[in-house]
Design a protein around this ligand. Structure first.
Ligand code: C2O
Ligand code: CU
Ligand code: CU
Length: 495
């Protein structure tokens, strides 16, 4: 059935768009194929330009990885040796970062790991982290936001022995379903429109045209049982608050860094850009009905769930998922402060951390391996921000000075934390391996317009004279074992 609907974008275009409302089936990004080469899982990922029909009959230019838009899902297991070959078939340079991946700095795919058009860059490492939902996306300074907006984002699912044995829905695309949520603006000819002005860089480049897995208002067909969704906010700068139309409760089982200790009951889920959550929703007893997934900040129906098949055996969600290692604030050897504001503090100034905009040739912090540290992040602006740290997963200690303000579903390992306007968050971290004084990891606001504008810094991990690392994590390169003092200028003196 062809239905006409008005889409109002904040471009102030009002365009009459013909869409098959709720007719599209939710696309599932296929699992990326791999070959075993001398015991190494080898993936070939082609970053390319193509077109996608977001609106029926209209070809919209998009970027994708082995696909027209978005990327295939890379699925790997803790302990796997992997090589991910990224070939850049675009006509411009990019990079490919494994967000949430605990890997050596030179394998991180940050702004330094530039892939020129026609070139290939390989992330090669031994998977060294618990089961979790992660993602990959470009990270070239100044173009990250546009590249993600054009469609460059894909999931990386990490499995481990614990996730293999837990009685959870785990059939990819059937009862374990990825949901990559984004919003996009389109021109009147329905091409992706990415051109933020200064105000939009500050306030966020957002749109009411939302899509899941690259599809506007899709329907997902499920069985009448427990269904797991791996939710990723892959938007540039939108907070999403998700809720079902009937207000039903669901359980969050995992956050950015993997499983929570126990499932947390929720009726709505708030995610800022870059954050992930795995949730399990019970559809038993719902055969023949539909329920809508809504984004409640903007009141948009984003997906219909149609329960159209019956299943034998209903699984229940295990009451304990994992024992998490926790560090106490009293064990921290130092606190670092990160102020999210502009250079000079003006309302419309360039975005910065501690007054400095990002500089690829400056290391801002040197983190001794094995030290427990508190990172105190303050947002003194009247704007939403968040904070993402590469390679390290942290726990949230406090919000606005209070441990009680940390929500139950935030009490797992995280790599992105929401920092609402005029608030502060303390996180506790410990980096256990991957010493490399010459190559930095990024930390930044994951509102991509803020990141591209300069709200990003760099840290290196160095040997610790009090607590040296003797046990190297299994890694596949040799360059990492050279330990020399950092030759890069230090932006701040913290150690
Ligand atoms: Cu999602 Cu620095 O990255
Ligand atoms: Cu990242
Ligand atoms: Cu920000």
């Amino acid at each position: 059935m062809q239905i006409y609907k008005y889409f109002a974008t904040s471009l102030t275009f009002i365009t009459l768009v013909s869409v098959n409302l709720f007719a599209a089936t939710l696309p599932i990004p296929p699992l990326a194929p791999y070959t075993m080469v001398n015991g190494v899982k080898t993936f070939n990922m082609n970053i390319r330009q193509s077109t996608t029909q977001f609106f029926s009959g209209v070809n919209t230019r998009t970027y994708g990885i082995n696909r027209n838009v978005l990327g295939q899902t890379i699925r790997i297991h803790d302990g796997d040796r992997v090589k991910i070959n990224y070939t850049n078939s675009l006509s411009e340079a990019t990079t490919m970062h494994g967000h949430g991946m605990h890997v050596p700095a030179i394998m991180d795919g940050g702004p330094k790991n530039k892939i020129q058009p026609g070139q290939r860059w390989t992330a090669s490492y031994t998977v060294n982290q618990p089961a979790s939902t992660n993602w990959y996306h470009p990270h070239l300074m100044g173009t990250t936001a546009r590249h993600v907006y054009m469609g460059l984002a894909g999931m990386i699912i990490v499995d481990d022995d614990n996730s293999d044995t837990l009685a959870l829905p785990k059939t990819y695309g059937v009862d374990d379903i990825p949901l990559i949520i984004q919003d996009k603006r389109f021109t009147s000819s329905r091409q992706i429109h990415y051109a933020p002005n200064r105000m939009e860089i500050m306030r966020g480049y957002t749109s009411r045209t939302m899509m899941i897995n690259g599809s506007i208002s899709p329907t997902v067909y499920v069985k009448d049982k427990q269904i797991r969704f791996r939710v990723l906010n892959a938007s540039n700068s939108s907070l999403y608050n998700l809720r079902f139309s009937d207000g039903r409760a669901f359980k969050q089982i995992a956050t950015d860094g993997g499983f929570l200790e126990k499932p947390v009951n929720l009726s709505s889920l708030l995610l800022s850009p870059g954050e992930r959550a795995e949730i399990v929703v019970n559809f038993s007893g719902d055969l023949g009905s539909t329920v809508t997934l809504r984004e409640t900040r903007n009141n948009i129906n984003i997906m219909t769930v149609n329960v159209n098949r019956t299943s034998t055996g209903v699984t229940s969600v295990p009451s304990t998922l994992k024992k998490l290692e926790k560090y106490r604030a009293s064990d921290a050897v130092r606190t670092r402060n990160f102020l999210l504001n502009t250079v000079g503090g003006g309302m419309m100034g360039q975005m910065a951390i501690n007054g400095r905009a990002f500089n690829l040739s400056r290391i801002d912090n040197v983190v001794p391996v094995n030290d427990i540290e508190i990172w105190n992040i303050r947002n003194t602006m009247n704007l939403e921000h968040n904070f993402h740290i590469h390679a390290i997963h942290f726990m949230i200690l406090e919000r606005n000075g209070s441990t009680a303000r940390v929500a139950a579903n935030e009490k797992g390992y995280k790599d992105v934390v929401r920092i609402p306007p005029n608030s502060s968050v303390k996180v506790i971290i410990k980096m256990k391996d991957y010493i490399d004084p010459n190559n930095g990891y990024m930390y930044h606001c994951h509102f991509l317009e803020h990141e591209d504008d300069g709200m990003m810094g760099q840290f290196t991990v160095i040997q610790n004279k009090n607590n040296p690392v003797t046990q190297w994590a299994p890694i596949m390169m040799d360059s990492i074992t050279t330990m020399v003092p950092s030759p890069l200028p230090l932006g701040s003196t913290t150690y």
